[in-house]
Design a protein around this ligand. Structure first.
Ligand SMILES: N[C@@H](CCC(=O)N[C@@H](CS)C(=O)NCC(=O)O)C(=O)O
Ligand code: FES
Length: 106
């Protein structure tokens, strides 16, 4: 499948999706570590893609979303931001309500 279609499917099929370096339990960069910590603090389930083990996604997602770096948090099909934006939103108390709104009701 076309890589842009793979990315589109991932974004459309996961309401909370974090593209990061490494995994939530083992982030492999400080930017990804800080971001995944903020997301985990909010207590909702989320999907992630490790761009270090997916080089095609690493090289093409920046074109897809017009955002050059990782991490990238996508919520309900939209790019919310990277490390700076997500940690700032978390500090302001804005991240948790956004993720609660996006998460499927249990
Ligand atoms: N200011 C950025 C910091 C993230 C950043 O600079 N990421 C770099 C280093 S991890 C990156 O993704 N570079 C492109 C690449 O490694 O493919 C943010 O808020 O997310
Ligand atoms: S991997 Fe070097 S700054 Fe993220």
């Amino acid at each position: 499948m076309d890589i842009m279609q793979v990315i589109k499917d991932q974004i459309e099929n996961n309401d909370i999706l974090l593209y990061m370096k490494g995994s939530p339990n083992q982030p492999l960069c400080g930017f990804s570590a800080r971001t995944v910590q903020a997301v985990m603090d909010c207590g909702q389930k989320f999907a992630y893609v490790d761009v270090l083990s997916n080089p095609d996604i690493r090289s093409n997602l920046p074109l897809y979303g017009n955002w050059p770096t990782f991490p990238q948090l996508w919520v309900k099909g939209e790019l919310v931001g990277g490390c700076d934006i997500i940690t700032e939103m978390h500090e302001k108390g804005e991240l948790k309500p956004l993720l609660e709104e996006a998460a499927p009701a249990e």
